[in-house]
Design a protein. Structure first.
Length: 66
């Protein structure tokens, strides 16, 4: 299981990925786009849990990932 935290902004998003033991696997900041976000998440094999704060891009991200 991968646990993913997202911080979304108009121009960039930050991502932090941890394994089931809480060990950080990778983190980074990337340009905000649907293609970029999906490619980062699809690179992780297996089940994933994503957490993000409620904000102006939360609905966009939810619809994109659903």
């Amino acid at each position: 299981m991968h646990y993913i935290g997202l911080d979304l902004h108009a121009k960039t998003f930050s991502i932090d990925v941890q394994d089931g033991d809480g060990k950080q696997i990778w983190a980074g900041t990337y340009p905000t786009s649907g293609r970029e976000l999906l490619s980062r998440l699809e690179a992780l094999a297996g089940p994933k849990t994503v957490a993000l704060e409620e904000g102006t891009l939360a609905d966009w991200a939810f619809r994109l990932l659903a």
